[in-house]
Design a protein around this ligand. Structure first.
Ligand SMILES: [Zn+2]
Length: 309
């Protein structure tokens, strides 16, 4: 009786499992951040099943660690990271307890989207100053879609390494997605023309690649340096610099507080504009391409109307 019951329960469970997994065992991919997650989906389609650790509205340097992440990492066939230390606040601790050697940085299923990126802002000395969050160079390269294509390449190659049977599919997926990005990049370049030469400050030092792409001139940050909060004297200096250089925008990243950005804007005569530093950080910008576009539109609206949109 008991064993029959167990058998019945077992077959029901098997049926449910079967129903939940229609495709032939998709590759289980964990992505640390929404940008690499969307890129992986664009490349891998139905071959992969992607779960993401952080949301686009979070500060990637301060993602709270949850036990559910450990379970996901433990069962993962592959891990995709943006890299250059961006996930340093949460990933090493999670990997330590996830008991999945193949997705450790030394493992075959660790896919690092930064391998083709030439980092900007690499510290000249190797001393990791207190509170310094960018010891390997600036890790926020996802804000530039041209560098985004280098991320796509690294992810596609990584997926092919983990799942060699799908190599052709990943190559095709990456080629299709890169062609789509190329088309959009050409449009964005024209769209962003009014941003060239605009002087701005950001809250955190995360806009260097965006600025590099579209010719925005960054004159400072509200933080004294990455991860180190503003001091009164730093803010006074920043406001002086902004006035002297004619900075017109305070670009506030969605994960950072508004009031301080507002104060800096008021004292310097600039305007605040909110943008995202990750896919999904702004409403409706849930894919990498819509995220890039939403940021540019927000910046342009702020330039044209003088409001935060
Ligand atoms: Zn940062």
């Amino acid at each position: 009786m008991a064993s029959q019951l167990a058998r019945t329960a077992f077959s029901i469970a098997a049926l449910l499992l079967g129903a939940a997994q229609p495709a032939a065992a998709a590759i289980r991919v964990v992505a640390t951040l929404p940008d690499v997650a969307d890129m992986a989906r664009q490349i891998g389609g139905d071959r992969i099943e992607v779960t993401t650790i952080a949301t686009g509205a979070q500060d990637p340097h301060k993602v709270p660690v949850k036990p559910s992440f450990v379970t996901k990492l433990n069962r993962a066939d592959a891990l995709i990271v943006q890299g250059l230390g961006l996930e340093h606040a949460f990933l090493p601790a999670l990997l330590e307890v996830a008991s999945n050697p193949k997705i450790l940085p030394t493992g075959p299923a660790y896919i690092d989207a930064s391998v083709y990126i030439e980092p900007l802002d690499v510290p000249s000395s190797q001393n990791r100053a207190q509170g310094e969050l960018h010891p390997l160079g600036n890790p926020h390269f996802n804000l530039d879609p041209v560098r985004g294509k280098q991320m796509v390449r690294a992810i596609a190659e990584g997926l092919a390494r983990v799942d060699p049977e799908g190599a052709a599919a990943y190559r095709d997926g990456a080629a299709r997605y890169t062609a789509l990005l190329d088309e959009k990049i050409a449009g964005w370049q024209q769209l962003a023309a009014p941003l060239r030469g605009v002087k701005a400050v950001s809250y955190h030092e995360d806009l260097v690649y965006l600025a590099d792409r579209y010719g925005i001139e960054l004159v400072g940050t509200i933080e004294t340096k990455p991860g180190v909060p503003a001091t009164a004297s730093h803010l006074a200096e920043l406001v002086d610099t902004m006035k002297r250089d004619g900075a017109t925008l305070v670009i506030r990243e969605v994960a950072y507080e508004m009031p301080l950005a507002q104060t800096v804007a008021e004292r310097s005569g600039a305007r605040v504009v909110t943008i995202a530093t990750l896919t999904g950080g702004l409403p409706d910008a849930t894919t990498y391409a819509t995220f890039i576009e939403a940021n540019l539109q927000a910046l342009l609206r702020a330039l044209q109307s003088g409001t935060d949109g």
